[in-house]
Design a binder for this molecule. Structure first.
Ligand code: ATP
Length: 247
């Protein structure tokens, strides 16, 4: 897919409240087809809330959310899954007592035929070969990194077009973070578009095309991954620079 040809996801001046408290304030951003776009920001900036708003888990007070030009505002998750939009959350959403194999089968879209399911298994095993070795193991006994791989693998079994990822590197050892990011980057090559929320700004910007920085529920900076990586304020705030800079 040619990057930038189609606008896959678009948030237009989206505002969200928790009760009476405004949390997202006129958030405008987009992800083009075949892009990885990352949303960065400190704890409490509103990143997870942005994902929840997209995924219909909290009501949008103002603004609109479009998927390939059509409004998806307020769609419940099952309708979004039907459209090919999947969310992988911080809480690794696996079924701990079940085997790796059963977790993956559960992820497969119910209307898939045998061929499609086989193809999706191959995609998952190519990205995460370790899962193939662990098929009969109970998911709850996998390591943290393996569980994260299974959570992503399970979602990939449903043949998504668009992935929303919340902190895929959370709690992973540095070596595994690299592996996970490589796998995520590989998904773009398959034509998926990805919106990636990350605390690990360096890892995210390494694989992203573009990024947004959020503070206090607003988008305060945006740019290409290269621009953000070389922005002194980003370097100071998120990439371990020396001076602390507030957005
Ligand atoms: P982190 O990186 O720590 O996960 P975040 O950028 O994802 O942070 P959010 O989880 O979106 O931040 O939270 C944004 C703000 O909304 C925070 O101030 C948080 O305390 C508040 N908040 C989150 N969930 C709720 C809720 N259910 N009710 C009230 N306030 C909430």
């Amino acid at each position: 897919m040619d990057i930038g040809k189609e606008r896959a996801l678009e948030l237009k001046e989206v505002s969200v409240n928790y009760g009476l408290v405004p949390v997202l304030k006129q958030v405008t951003l987009h992800v083009d087809g075949g892009e990885i776009v990352t949303l960065l920001g400190a704890n409490g900036a509103g990143k997870t809330t942005t994902l929840k708003a997209i995924y219909g888990l909290i009501p949008v007070k103002e603004g609109n959310i479009l998927f390939f030009g059509d409004s998806i505002k307020g769609f419940p998750p099952y309708r979004l899954v039907d459209l090919g939009i999947c969310l992988v959350t911080e809480e690794k959403t696996i079924f701990a007592p079940m085997t790796v194999m059963d977790n993956l089968i559960l992820g497969a879209y119910s209307r898939q035929n045998r061929e499609e399911r086989k193809r999706n298994f191959e995609i998952v095993f190519k990205l995460f070969p370790i899962l193939k070795d662990r098929l009969k193991q109970r998911a709850g006994t996998l390591s943290g990194g393996e569980q994260q791989m299974l959570a992503l693998g399970r979602v990939l079994m449903s043949n998504p077009r668009f992935l929303l990822l919340d902190e895929p590197s959370l709690g992973l050892a540095p070596l595994i973070v690299g592996e996970m990011m490589k796998a995520i980057s590989g998904l773009r090559e398959k034509g998926l578009s990805l919106f990636l929320v990350e605390q690990n700004a360096r890892a995210a910007l390494k694989i992203a095309n573009r990024g947004y920085v959020m503070a206090g529920g607003r988008i305060v900076t945006e740019g290409s991954a290269m621009e953000l990586l070389s922005d002194e304020r980003i370097r100071s705030a998120y990439l371990g620079g020396r001076r602390a800079v507030c957005f």
